[in-house]
Design a protein around this ligand. Structure first.
Ligand code: ZN
Length: 131
């Protein structure tokens, strides 16, 4: 495994299904309150994500507010979301490895300039990464 490469499943301490769910919806799930704060799910995430978020243990049902059920974000769910948001920041670069500086190698290939990375990418992979 080359430096700078990450296995997605290793990003969080969660099982891979939960981790992948968080990855997919991290930008929405990041709106959830911190653990210990009781909330109505519909104030923070779309209705269709309430059940899966609960099934994956990212939020838990804690009570009621009138007709509505109230939830809290779990510690493990909160941490998983934060872990993914950090990866998002790390991998925000133009290149698939997450960095920006590059050297054109010709023949449709470029190399990352980052010390300790130096991954070679195809232009097709870069295009896909930036879609
Ligand atoms: Zn790189």
């Amino acid at each position: 495994m080359s430096a700078g490469r990450r296995d997605n499943r290793a990003v969080t301490d969660l099982d891979s299904a939960t981790s992948m769910f968080i990855k997919q919806y991290r930008l929405v799930l990041d709106n959830l309150p911190e653990p210990g704060v009781e909330f109505e799910a519909s104030d923070h995430i779309p209705q269709n994500l309430v059940k899966p978020s609960r099934d994956y243990g990212i939020i838990k049902h804690v009570g009621r507010s009138g007709e509505k059920r109230t939830f809290e974000t779990t510690e493990k769910g909160h941490k998983g979301i934060q872990d993914w948001m950090e990866v998002e920041e790390d991998q925000g670069g133009f290149l698939p490895c997450g960095h920006d500086g590059l050297t054109n190698l010709g023949d449709g290939k470029v190399q990352c300039n980052r010390q300790g990375c130096k991954q070679i990418h195809t232009k097709a992979a870069i295009k896909k990464h930036n879609e």
